[in-house]
Each structure stands twice: as structure tokens, then as C-alpha cells.
Design a protein around this ligand. Sequence first.
Ligand SMILES: [Zn+2]
Length: 283
Amino acid sequence: MPELPEVEVTRQGIAPHVEGHRIDGVTIRNRALRWPVPEDLTQKLTGSLVKTVGRRGKFILIACQGPVHHGTLIIHLGMTGTLRIVNRDAPVRPHDHVDIHLGGARLRFNDPRRFGAILWHSGEDTTPLESNLHLSSLGVEPFSAAFAGEAGGRLLYERTRGRSVSIKQMLLAGQIVVGVGNIYASESLFRARINPKIAAGRVSLARYQTLAEEIRQTLTAAIVKGGSTLRDFVGSDGQRGYFQLEYFVYDRQGHACRICKTPVRALRQGQRSTFYCPKCQRY
Ligand SMILES: [Zn+2]
């Protein structure tokens, strides 16, 4: 499943081919994604100029200005979605559900399992984009000022006082900070030496400062790595795999901890696997 780094690398990969270009058509082959692709999307988008390609959590936000309509295309990759730039003559493959036409190129959305989504937030809507149903409950961005420096640790600390939910599940819920998915929760908790089972409300401010720093570092490393390995957003015809970092604990159950050689353990928390070192992560 794409996590925030893959979504950010996708955003960076497609942006130069999309920003400043005019949309001259839309092909929808299958509307039945996680939520139906809006009936009037072609009408809303055709003739629009793409202003910016942004991101909020794992949603890619494509701001469009048309002669009549303006608004934001909201795209989520779900479990198996990809966005690629292809030539307009590129053969259509299975699961290529939606094409946005940009002159000679197409922004193509492929999604075998169809848990992804393509939605439209109208600029004429009285609700601002950040209050959109899909975006309003998201926590702060890990690279925003609200999570920078000591603000990140303080935010985690203040928002978790009195909470008995485990720190791992608090991170996964994404209500305080977004983008710490299953891989990066295990990895950043290991790097901060925090036990994933501890109640979020029992973690000290100093520990949260360390954790916030490790969250930023693990996500940054993944984005840098992804940016260097996944250049091929243009004309790619193979399925690109999601990038693999050298993990400390994630998916390493039974293998020796890279720091202390103790076997890495796995446990289930809220139906998701957590990986940790029982010696390095005692607190
Ligand atoms: Zn260890």
C-alpha cells in the first residue's frame, strides 16, 4: 500500500508534466472506484488550466482553473493505485480507469483493486477545501511548521494526555500527525526507542520530541530514496514496485536487531502488524 513517501514522490514526479498545462479532455473507463468518479467530472475539468499539484496526507490535490468552473481534483491511490504520465498513443492496459488529457500526454490512473478515489471539490462550494469531508479530520503535515522543531513533540505530548490508546495506534490513526503509516510507525518508534505498546498518554515530552524528530527523518529518508529510485513516471509500462528501505524492524520478525542482535518481535495491534525490538524499546 502506498504510504505518504510514495504519494509525495508521485506528486513530485507528475507535477512538472501537469502544472501549467491545460486539460483538453477526460476519459473515464470505470467509475466504480472506492467512491464513484463524479458524473460531471469531464464537464468540470475540460478547458481548465492546472494551477498546482499539492498533497494533503495521502491525497494528491490538483487545483484547476477553468473558464466556467474552478476547483480541486482530489486523488487517493488506495491500496494499489498509480498515476503515470503516458503518451496519448500509449496502449490502454487493464485497470487503466481514468485518463486526464493534457495535450499530447495523459495523466493515467491505474488501480487493480479499486480502493483508490478520484473526487472533485468545487471552488464554488461554500465549504473550503480543508473542510472537505475527506480532508477535515486529518492531523497536521509532518513537514509543516506545526510539526517542525519542538512544536511536533509538544503537539504529540499535549494531544495525548490522558489517552490509554497505544502509541502505535495513535500514530496510525493520523489524527494528530498524518503520514505515519504502518511501516513508518514501527521504524520511528524503534529509532526513538519507544515500546509500541505503551499508552500514548504515558509518554514524556522529551520522548515525544525524539519521536517527532525520528518521524521527520524516516519520512525524509524514504522520500529521498524514492525520488532517486523512481524517476520513471513518464512512459513507464511496467508496474513500478514501491520502494524498499533498509528497515530496522519492519517485516524483520525473528531476524537479529541491527543494534543489539536480539530477535525482532511482531505483534498485532488493531489488526495491523507491529515490529519492535524488546530490548531496545523497553520504555
Ligand atoms: Zn535491539
